[in-house]
Design a binder for this molecule. Structure first.
Ligand code: SER
Length: 317
């Protein structure tokens, strides 16, 4: 069967890097990015403009293109979700239910990727080396939609045989597209500010450890998960996935190695409470064992890649 991939949330932080990676791997016409209102200037056909919360529109697109795989990335992140919890619930849950319910109705069920997050964890979760199977009592609306989504993924797999796969992403660090409205965004903003102003005011407190990953690892890991033999996928809720764990001053120190004189102060805001409810580090040995997950970028490599690429980008813009 010809591979045809739909990527929803294609203009988002992950989507904007996953789409070119998928196109490089499977060919341009095999990938249909779906945008909501912000269509990138250089968007190449085929693409669609639609709202994933509208089931009939989404179903039409899946039918029309003969979609065989869906990377359903639409989602409102943690910090933005706390500003409008009802919107986060509506967008995150109804779009996922639309994808799952339509997949259930059709004969040739598409394979689905859906991202969960460290936000599925909460204050009662063990915070260090958080195990794969653990307490999930998040305190944000974003986290609630992630836990519900994980359980739905498992349910639709067991009950309807839909091959849906998922990872709990840590904070993702990238230079091409900024993240939008997350709690881990400081770890991207810091690079922009270090290059432009040699100083940064961090909205999380010193000592706030969070699991993190470089975008290239995240994209590669996601595609590897989707390409793995179905028999290797033992976890049908969502796999813990991580690369490194650090706190703001460690990141600042790493940046200082290349931008001497970079300074950082701290002004924690409401996002501190969110970060404090999450995990400090994750045990992702199930992903490593089941389908061979392996990260490539540690903290020094991430800092180097970010600074080199951003410096070049900012100079040419
Ligand atoms: N990076 C996301 C956030 O901070 C976590 O999934 O909301």
């Amino acid at each position: 069967m010809e591979r045809k991939i739909l990527v929803t949330g294609a203009a988002g932080q992950i989507g904007s890097e996953l789409v070119p990676a998928l196109r490089k791997r499977y060919g341009k016409d095999a990938v249909v990015p779906m945008y909501h209102h912000s269509v990138p200037k250089n968007a190449e056909k085929p693409f669609e403009i639609a709202d994933a919360t509208e089931k009939e529109t989404l179903a039409g697109i899946i039918r029309e293109h003969g979609i065989t795989e869906i990377y359903h990335l639409v989602g409102i992140l943690s910090a933005k979700g706390e500003q409008d919890p009802a919107l986060a619930y509506r967008v995150n849950m109804s779009s996922l239910m639309n994808v799952l319910d339509y997949a259930k109705e059709i004969e040739k069920k598409p394979k689905i990727f859906w991202p969960s997050s460290i936000a599925a964890f909460g204050p009662t979760t063990p915070r260090d080396s958080t195990p794969q199977h653990t307490v999930l009592e998040p305190s944000t609306m974003y986290g609630i939609t992630k836990v519900a989504g994980e359980l739905l993924a498992n349910y639709y797999f067991k009950r309807y045989g839909i091959d849906i796969r998922s990872v709990r992403y840590p904070g993702i660090i990238s230079w091409r597209t900024p993240p939008g409205g997350g709690t881990t965004d400081y770890a991207v903003e810091i690079f922009h500010e270090a290059i432009k102003h040699r100083k940064y005011t961090c909205f999380l407190q010193k000592g706030t450890y969070l699991p993190m990953m470089y975008m290239d690892d995240a994209v590669r890991g996601t595609i590897e998960l989707m390409e793995a033999e179905p028999s290797k996928i033992k976890v049908r809720t969502s796999y813990n996935l991580t690369a490194v764990s650090f706190e703001p001053s460690e990141l600042a120190e790493e940046i200082r190695k290349q931008i001497p004189g970079f300074t950082m102060d701290y002004k924690p805001d409401f996002r501190q409470q969110i970060a404090d409810s999450w995990t400090r580090s994750m045990d992702d040995s199930a992903a490593r064992k089941d389908w061979g997950w392996k990260h490539k970028f540690g903290l020094p490599e991430i800092a180097k890649e970010m600074l080199v690429n951003l410096q070049r980008e900012l100079k040419s813009s």
